[in-house]
Write a protein that binds this ligand. Structure first.
Ligand code: ADP
Ligand code: MG
Length: 683
């Protein structure tokens, strides 16, 4: 290939080396494994390979409408062939009554079949050997330069004829190849480009997916190894604080899931190793109590504890609910956020340094250098995906040893993703809601029902309930967001006149004090309605609020809608989530609304979200290129992922440094992959 085209290939598809070319896999195949008879063609037939004669080649039309037609027949019937381009080539190369093998896509035009621009070759010609013909992706610019999707087949074919199988060395240990019945690597590369048949293609794909996910799981297993070797504090005692809380202060029975997760945390903190545990629990599943009791374990063993939330509002809410829980047993809880200043701040800093404050709750203000702990034993991080690893790591340096880390998230992460994104964390799931919760009724209404919806809101407010009205963030322009929120606010006021209804509003442009004031009014029941942007997405707990109205709901993703819905349904009353949308929404948006209306299970919704949007979109990892997979599909290939995870942890346990000769090639492959991987940057 000349330098110009090579440059373009690099620019368009990042293909520079032979290896890159080999990794540019076909995205589909034409099945040329068998010759079809004309009589077998059905209306739903796609691509066919036919063998027979071409007759009656003739030209029709003038100028740009000029075209060539011909009749193709075999012993069972006939079909027409049509060309609009390369007419000269056709007239020069196709002989009347010549014997040909023809390949192409069948079009059904009122029951008469034809093939436009068929591939036509004499039966003897190379390239029509039976097999699956690969179809590659190309780009418009490459095609314009003469590198079409068919060129890739030629290039790759040429490459294979140049290299020996040794050029594609095996990297998986023989024991794994045998146990999981994997095709050798060189064979798999050949078969994925030029499969002999469907079965070989499946086996090649399986092998390559396996390899891809295995490399990923090896990296994760290594990360986990690095983490678990960290020594940790011992919480041997379950002492007075924990027991008094459990017996005297806990206002309800723990759910089975809460108990199980607490046991898991307890086990982690008695092993002399540092805990790194992720607790996943749907909104309302009761993570706060689990966090609180974990912190009490630390206190019982002479340590301090902290809880870090991503926003001021959340920190304040946690502060309030944890204080309420712990006041009866005489534990002093402090709060430290950006708005705690002057004397108050000084007092908190001193209390933490001398150990007189046992529990502190706050925002990332907690990890500032000025914050010194006397003896921090555990750090709970709420809604972890809003914090980077860097921030989590800074918590580690707050004591002589890294404190135990408990990460809590309400984002239900599908199992496959949890295995990848949080590979260095152990995962606990609170998969049970406290008893007596009424499922939230979710209703989708197009805009034209607005009057009716507002009437319903008034009825609920008349019953003493409170209502959220949420507007989307468009993010591209803070100004537009602000303006549309203000317009919405005016509209809300026109439905709910000020002399009858109290309305509070929170949004990102308010200073924290003002936001807090508004939030407090709603929390304390002094406002009927809270108009908000997605600031309230996570954690806010107002049990008396029973209606969540989401404006322009089509603008939200599934997971976000589910998070918002989780703000209601926290009290004893029947709660509602109303999704207001425009009337002409896309099919995909309509599907999202339908999924919301039919399911309240966060895990189901997360799976659907993943299916509809892809992992990058859902978890904001696309930009970092973290989940760029070549063949494997993180949703569909769960089983392979599990096999790989098992195989990887076995290897890492037995030969952590991969020093055995059987692991030499794998070690090299991992070293090569290390440069391209970003796993360590995520969790
Ligand atoms: P989340 O997991 O969303 O953080 P919270 O911890 O805020 O959930 O709990 C939601 C509500 O459920 C709170 O009002 C809390 O007091 C209550 N709750 C938690 N655990 C239980 C339980 N086992 N039984 C009854 N109510 C509970
Ligand atoms: Mg919470």
């Amino acid at each position: 290939m000349g330098p110009q085209r090579a440059e373009l290939l690099k620019k368009e598809l990042e293909i520079v080396t032979y290896e890159d070319l080999l990794n540019h896999f076909p995205f589909r195949y034409y099945d040329k494994t068998r010759i079809t008879k004309v009589a077998e063609i059905r209306p739903d037939t796609e691509y066919v390979l036919l063998s027979g004669k071409i007759v009656n080649l003739f030209e029709e039309g003038q100028g740009r409408k000029r075209r060539l037609s011909a009749t193709f027949y075999d012993e069972t019937g006939s079909i027409s062939l049509v060309w609009f381009q390369n007419l000269n080539w056709v007239t020069k190369n196709i002989e009347d009554y010549g014997q040909y093998v023809v390949f192409g896509k069948v079009t059904d035009f009122n029951g008469s079949y034809s093939i436009t621009h068929p591939e036509v070759e004499p039966p003897s010609a190379a390239g029509t050997a039976p097999g699956m013909q690969p179809v590659y992706s190309s780009t418009a610019r490459l095609t314009a330069m003469g590198i079409s999707n068919r060129s890739f087949a030629k290039l790759t074919h040429a490459l294979f004829s140049k290299i020996t199988p040794q050029a594609i060395p095996e990297i998986l240990p023989a024991s794994i190849l045998q146990e999981y019945q994997l095709m050798p690597r060189a064979t798999a590369y050949h078969q994925i480009h030029f499969p002999a048949d469907e079965l070989q293609l499946q086996r090649a794909r399986f092998r390559l997916k396996w390899e891809e996910l295995f490399i990923m799981q090896m990296q994760i297993a290594n990360l986990r190894l690095q983490h678990t070797v960290q020594p940790g504090f011992l919480f041997t005692k379950v002492g007075e604080y924990f027991n008094r809380f459990y017996n005297e202060s806990l206002p309800f029975d723990l759910t089975g899931a809460q108990k199980r997760v607490l046991r898991e945390i307890r086990t982690d903190t008695t092993t002399e190793l540092q805990m790194n545990r992720l607790v996943q629990g749907d909104v309302g599943s009761g993570k706060t109590v689990v966090a609180t009791m974990s912190m009490l374990l630390a206190l019982d063993n002479g340590f301090q504890a902290c809880l870090m939330a991503p926003t001021e509002i959340l920190a304040r809410q946690h502060y309030q609910s944890v204080s309420e829980l712990l006041e009866p047993i005489g534990i002093k809880v402090a709060i430290l956020t950006g708005t705690v200043k002057g004397k108050d701040r000084k007092a908190v800093l001193n209390g933490l340094a001398d150990g007189s404050i046992q529990i502190v709750i706050g925002t990332h203000a907690l990890i500032e250098d000025s914050v010194r702990f006397h003896n921090l034993g555990i750090a709970v991080v709420d809604e972890q995906h809003k914090f980077g690893v860097g921030q989590r790591a800074r918590l580690w340096s707050k004591n002589t040893r890294a404190p135990h880390i408990l990460v809590m998230t309400a984002t239900p992460i599908p199992r496959t993703l949890a295995m990848t994104l949080y590979g260095d964390l152990e995962v606990s799931v609170i998969d049970e809601l406290p008893p007596g919760r009424k499922p939230i009724k979710t209703i989708h209404r197009p805009d034209r029902y607005r009057a009716q919806v507002m009437g319903f809101l008034k009825e609920e407010i008349a019953k003493g309930r409170q209502v959220y009205i949420v507007y989307p963030l468009i993010e591209e322009s803070e100004k537009i967001d602000y303006e549309s929120l203000m317009a919405g606010y005016e509209q809300v006021k026109s439905w709910f006149p000020e002399h009858l209804y109290k309305i509070a509003m929170v949004h990102g442009r308010q200073d924290p004090e003002e936001r807090k004031r508004n939030m407090d009014r709603f929390v304390k029941g002094q406002a009927h309605i809270l108009v908000a942007t997605t600031v309230i997405e996570v954690g806010v707990n107002v049990p008396n609020a029973s209606v969540m109205l989401i404006e322009s709901a089509e603008r939200f993703g599934l997971s976000q809608l589910h998070q918002l819905r989780g703000r209601v349904g926290r009290g004893a009353d029947q709660s509602f989530c109303i999704l207001l949308t425009g009337s002409g929404i896309s099919k995909e948006s309509a599907e999202r609304m339908q999924i919301m209306a039919s399911s309240s299970d966060g895990f189901v919704i997360a799976e659907k979200d993943l299916e509809m949007r892809g992992p990058g979109d859902v978890y904001g990892t696309r930009q970092s290129g973290v989940l760029k997979l070549k063949v494997a599909d993180i949703v569909k290939d769960v089983q392979i992922m599990e096999q790989c995870r098992n195989a990887a942890s076995l290897i890492v346990r037995n030969d952590p440094k991969l020093l055995l000769p059987a692991h030499a090639a794998l070690r090299e492959a991992l070293r090569a992959a290390a440069g391209q991987s970003h796993w360590n940057k995520i969790s």
